[in-house]
Design a protein around this ligand. Structure first.
Ligand code: ADP
Length: 372
């Protein structure tokens, strides 16, 4: 659906894209050139916009593996983290809704870092905020950028930001950012990793909003998450200006997590969320979800065991057991309810995945570098 003038602009763009050399600044210049082209272009997708580019396969891969155009993660599904939600709203949501207010000294943050133990809801938070903003969401598994895409990762980063500008307003979420932006550095650092890191720095400087006179619709927000904030490269850390600690859930948070995670199963009347929260100190949201998963299996396991014993007592074998199970599922399609004992038992089976020593490390990093 592009006009002929925009398709010739596109050809020019793709030929400049063909030139792999040039400084980061030149590349940035080209990217912004394309950005203007994107605004004028009638292309409905970036792939269409970049048709004919030598990097089209890479572009298609990014679009299919990283881009979600309409996310639907409800912030009500996230237990606790009220403080973090508010800070994120101010850092990401409001500037996207009212870009006119967020200029000059009030410019949006270059990037926002969510840090804390694994499984505490960092990814969920990033997705929910992008859902509320109704922005395009790019989910970048940073570890895959350097392993799966090794050799192409620097170029991927450039294309990613360019694509994000094309679809702006958009959010780019780097999960496990430490795996591309660690401070390992020194002579042992792989040259390719160094290049990816420096491309990321350049691109992040480009989204700061300074220089983007056109304001509003061009917003690209960088969100990143890490379980290892102390491993982050200084330059990247500085650009992730807002750093939000996502801690393990507190008592109320844990009670809410049990509630959310058992929403879809039938529960016995004896289930006591407060008591479960008392018993799960130190568990992350992901741990509690695992506990509920484990607990929800237990009544079914009991039925299977009873069925086996019954059939065996009647002299039946494996074939008869399986036939009885199938019959059971048909006669009683709603699964048996989960009781407090099941949940308590599951708590003893599933251990918390975060140790106390790690927690004090997060606390120390928060005191030194946290910015909330
Ligand atoms: P992180 O990015 O911090 O490692 P995730 O957001 O990927 O953690 O969470 C992993 C899973 O754990 C989620 O899919 C969800 O089932 C559960 N979970 C973790 N924290 C929360 C929370 N605060 N509220 C609801 N579910 C959570």
């Amino acid at each position: 659906t592009s006009s002929s003038s925009s398709s010739s602009a596109r050809r020019q763009n793709s030929s400049s894209n063909n030139n792999k050399g040039g400084s980061s600044a030149q590349r940035r210049g080209r990217a912004s050139g394309r950005r203007d082209g994107a605004a004028e272009s009638k292309a409905s997708s970036y792939v269409e916009h970049m048709e004919g580019s030598p990097d089209i396969d890479l572009i298609k891969q990014i679009e299919s593996t990283m881009l979600t155009k309409s996310l639907n993660v409800n912030s009500e599904d996230i237990a606790g983290l009220q403080g973090a939600k508010q800070v994120l709203e101010e850092a990401v949501l409001y500037p996207q809704l009212m870009p006119q207010y967020y200029t000059g000294i009030r410019r949006p943050w270059k990037g926002v870092l969510l840090f804390g133990p694994p499984g505490t809801g960092k990814t969920m938070l990033a997705k929910s905020i992008a859902s509320e903003c109704r922005t395009c969401f790019f989910n970048v598994a940073s570890a895959a950028l350097t392993s799966k895409w090794r050799g192409e990762s620097e170029k991927m980063v450039g294309i990613l930001f360019d694509m994000a500008r094309f679809y702006a307003p958009s959010t780019i979420f780097f999960d496990e950012i430490d795996s591309i932006a660690s401070a390992r550095g020194g002579s042992t650092e792989h040259e390719a990793s160094r290049r990816v890191k420096s491309e990321l720095l350049t691109q992040m400087d480009g989204v700061s909003g300074d220089g983007d006179e056109s304001g509003s619709a061009k917003t690209v927000v960088v969100l990143a998450a890490t379980n290892l904030p102390w491993d982050l490269d200084d330059a990247i850390r500085r650009r992730l200006e807002k750093r939000i600690y996502i801690p393990l859930p507190d008592h109320d948070g844990r009670a809410e997590l049990f509630k959310i995670a058992t929403r879809e199963v039938r529960l016995c009347d004896d289930v006591d969320f407060e008591k479960l929260a008392d018993e799960s100190d130190g568990y992350s949201g992901a741990d509690i979800t695992n506990v509920c998963h484990e607990a929800s299996m237990m009544p079914i396991r009991r039925i299977i065991e009873e069925t086996k014993q019954e059939v065996h007592a009647q002299g039946g074998g494996r074939h008869e057991v399986l036939a009885r199970m199938k019959q059971l599922g048909q006669d009683e399609p709603s699964s048996p309810p989960v009781g407090q004992q099941d949940l308590l038992m599951a708590l003893t089976k599933v251990q918390s995945s975060v140790g106390g020593r790690d927690l004090s490390k997060y606390q120390a990093w928060l005191e030194e570098y946290g910015a909330t």
